[in-house]
Ligand binder design. Structure first.
Ligand SMILES: Nc1ncnc2c1ncn2[C@@H]1O[C@H](COP(=O)(O)OP(=O)(O)OP(=O)(O)O)[C@@H](O)[C@H]1O
Ligand SMILES: [Mg+2]
Length: 304
């Protein structure tokens, strides 16, 4: 039986100045699942994550991790369960060297020197920063700091990894590396993954399931289900992956495929199948409504 890693029930939160950030939010994440939360700026994604690391403590018994109320957990217990990587690595790195930053958690967990060393090495190897132990975090590039921030969380070996905008502002190579590292942690080590992101092109690779948050949970389902709902996307300031939109346009030209591809890999599969089924040809036609339909897709984000 799968176990619930995170269970958030009817969570409400307003900041002290009265800003209502979360309203009746219910989210469940199974152990071993990869869940992505998308939503416009100011939707409450970061606020939700602050409930998972003890920065905001819910007074009610409605934020549970592996069946236990997170607000009542001691810090040492909580960091073994949930590790959060914040969007800005400067919020996470504060020690004189990378080694000290990555060792900080394990040392505070009371682990002996040998175990601390082992964990730091393993975490740095995972993110590709072995050899950077003596570097000053403050002098590293943004992408390197992002990797170091992830390592500083991995060294605590949490069962759940929560990432706020992991791929934002990374160069293409670092972005691909980050996606691979996250997927490996999930597949090889069984770590449950929860991500908030705006990078919809990376989303299909990183999620089994998606929640759309806009102060409230407005939708939940597979990436394909979410991206197929144009009015949902429009109402919540979201977009679908480029490949998905391109195949939607091809559909207006009469291109026939059962499932619109969400990624380049899926696109190649779909095209290969079409060519095999059509004796090596793809037929496109301009229909009476083709241009109108294309316009609708192209301008689906134009609210005027
Ligand atoms: N410390 C604070 N005091 C008052 N209001 C806040 C505070 N932090 C955030 N908010 C407000 O709470 C709401 C949710 O913000 P939050 O940062 O959780 O959104 P988000 O979904 O993470 O957005 P983004 O995509 O821009 O990162 C916003 O209206 C924001 O202005
Ligand atoms: Mg945020």
């Amino acid at each position: 039986m799968t176990q619930e890693a995170i269970s958030i029930r009817s969570l409400n939160y307003s900041y002290p100045d009265g800003t209502k950030a979360l309203e009746d939010v219910t989210i469940k994440v199974e152990s071993g699942e990869k869940v992505v939360i998308i939503g416009p700026n100011g939707a409450g994604k970061t606020t939700l994550f602050l409930h998972l690391n003890g920065t905001i403590r819910s007074l009610e018994d409605n934020v549970n991790v592996f069946g236990k109320n997170i607000g009542r957990m001691a810090t040492e217990e909580r960091i073994k369960e949930v590790g959060i990587v914040f969007q800005d690595p400067d919020d996470q790195l504060f020690m004189p060297t990378i080694f000290d930053d990555v060792a900080f958690g394990p040392i505070n967990m009371g682990l002996d020197e040998g175990e601390v060393e082992r964990r730091v090495k393993k975490a740095l190897a995972t993110v590709g920063l072995l050899g950077y132990e003596d570097r000053v975090p403050h002098h590293m590039s943004y992408g390197q700091k992002k990797k170091a921030a992830l390592a500083s969380v991995l060294s605590m070996e949490p069962r759940i990894l929560v990432l706020d905008e992991p791929t934002a502002n990374l160069d293409p190579r670092s972005r691909v590396d980050f996606i691979r590292v996250i997927n490996d942690l999930n597949k090889k080590e069984g770590i449950t993954i929860v991500i908030a992101m705006h990078d919809v092109n990376a989303l299909p690779e990183l999620s089994d399931r998606v929640y759309v948050l806009n102060r409230r949970v407005v939708a939940e389902g597979s990436p394909r289900k979410i991206f197929s709902d144009i009015s949902l996307l429009k109402e919540n300031n979201l977009e679908a992956p480029e490949v998905f939109n391109l195949f939607k346009v091809l559909r207006c030209f009469g291109y026939n495929c059962d499932d619109l591809p969400l990624s380049m890999y899926e696109a190649v599969d779909v095209l290969t199948k079409t060519i095999e089924d059509g004796n090596g040809h793809i037929h496109l036609h301009i229909h009476e409504h083709t241009h109108e339909e294309v316009k609708k897709i192209m301008y689906s984000y134009n609210h005027h």
